[in-house]
Design a protein around this ligand. Structure first.
Ligand code: ZN
Length: 120
């Protein structure tokens, strides 16, 4: 799992700074970028990314909840989007704003039932 406990602002990353310049909304935070939601939070995009991940890594952890799976894939999507490359594991420290957004969308507890996640 990525290192997510350090608090880092997304504006401290040169690559994210460049990403923000690509935005048409001149946003100051990567989570406000119009690309963030479709890339990192859209479950159908994440499902597709998960299928690719599973094909490449043979990953299929039965103990993982769908939320955990989507959260992990969302982090990967974010790294792919902003850094363009990815190892088998995520080794960069992700900005706390992005981590918070993704955690909120895919909480660890199963209590959140407003949305039904696709099973894989
Ligand atoms: Zn930010």
């Amino acid at each position: 799992m990525p290192t997510v406990d350090e608090c880092v602002c997304c504006c401290e990353y040169d690559n994210i700074e460049r990403k923000l310049e690509e935005s048409v909304t001149s946003c100051k935070c990567i989570t406000e970028h119009e690309g963030f939601e479709p890339v990192c939070l859209n479950v159908w995009v994440l499902q597709t990314a998960y299928f690719q991940y599973r094909q490449e890594h043979g990953h299929d952890d039965e103990d993982e909840t769908p939320q955990e799976r989507y959260r992990y894939i969302a982090y990967r999507q974010f790294v792919r989007w902003c850094w363009e490359w990815l190892g088998k594991r995520i080794r960069v420290v992700l900005p706390s704003c992005a981590v918070t957004k993704i955690r909120h969308a895919f909480p660890s507890t199963a209590a959140y039932v407003g949305f039904r996640y696709p099973p894989t």
